[in-house]
Design a protein around this ligand. Structure first.
Ligand code: KIV
Ligand code: NA
Length: 274
């Protein structure tokens, strides 16, 4: 049995903080599940982390379905949430079509959609149809060309709008909300006011949970991680060192040895040669 939205909401009621992490493929999803992470997000951040784009905007529904299916196949217990990508849920009928494909073809348990009060009717409809929806407010990267990439809702009017958006999503049936890059005191207030879990990224310690990007916390991308990310390991450096060793051993002839090779009866080889 997989973790459900009821388990996640019970964690908030019980005061247990919720750890969520992105995953994009089968083996990493399996590792995250073994580490006990209850929610894995197949984020459209895969546009940057695995596809080499600068933004999430080029990611397609087919891309998301392919990666989400891989994550589902690597897990049996974690709740798998997938982003619907840019402009695949702008109308109710698009949202239903995209949700059907993601749930049926990839087999995820829930979807994440970026947007506030104006998205609420779509959230309500999907929820009525049996699709659990996670909201996403604050910095919503699919809108980066209109919002920018900076901390959101620092001023009173925008903070009030964010609170209204969050309440509208909760009323529409969203089972949780991701809050990205908003001031910590505002996020903490929202987490207190909402019944549903508020999962922060760059939103401070007062949220009900945290979400991070796999590559950011494991040191897998060249250069600095974002400010909100802590590097829990330097896997990129470890990989590079291992690969240098591999290349050096191929070049020196130290790899492979008999241990990595198959032998053959010399008589069989001799027979083959005449
Ligand atoms: O795509 C993603 O990884 C996300 C998280 C950063 C919340 O949406
Ligand atoms: Na995303």
């Amino acid at each position: 049995m997989r973790i459900t939205l009821f388990d996640i909401q019970a964690m908030k009621r019980d005061g247990k903080r919720i750890a969520m992490l992105t995953a994009y493929d089968t083996p990493s999803a399996a590792l995250a599940e073994r580490a006990g992470i209850p929610i894995l997000l197949v984020g459209d951040s895969l546009g940057m982390t695995v596809q080499g784009h600068d933004t999430t905007l080029p990611v397609t529904l087919d891309d998301m379905i392919r990666h989400a299916g891989a994550v589902v196949r690597g897990t049996g217990r974690a709740m798998i949430v997938a982003d619907l990508p840019f402009l695949t849920y702008a109308t109710e009928s698009d949202a239903i079509h995209s949700a059907r494909r993601m749930m049926q073809e990839a087999g995820v348990q829930a979807l994440k959609l970026e947007g506030g009060a104006s998205l609420a009717p779509i959230v309500r409809r999907l929820t009525e149809l049996g699709v659990p929806v996670m909201g996403h407010l604050g910095l919503t990267p699919q809108a980066q060309h209109t919002l920018g990439l900076r901390v959101q809702a620092r001023q009173a009017a925008a903070a009030r709008r964010l609170m209204d958006d969050a309440l509208a999503l909760q009323d529409a049936g969203a089972f949780a909300i991701v809050l990205e890059l908003v001031p910590a005191p505002l996020a903490a207030t929202l987490a207190q006011r909402l019944q549903i879990p508020v999962i922060g990224i760059g939103a401070g310690a007062g949220c009900d949970g945290q979400v991070q990007v796999w590559h950011d916390i494991l040191g897998l991308l060249p250069g600095k991680s974002p400010r909100h990310a802590k590097r829990f390991a330097e896997i990129g450096t470890a990989i590079e060192a291992a690969l240098r060793d591999y290349a050096a051993e191929v070049e020196s002839g130290a790899f492979p040895t008999a241990a990595q090779s198959a032998g053959m009866d010399p008589a069989e080889l001799a027979h083959a040669l005449n």
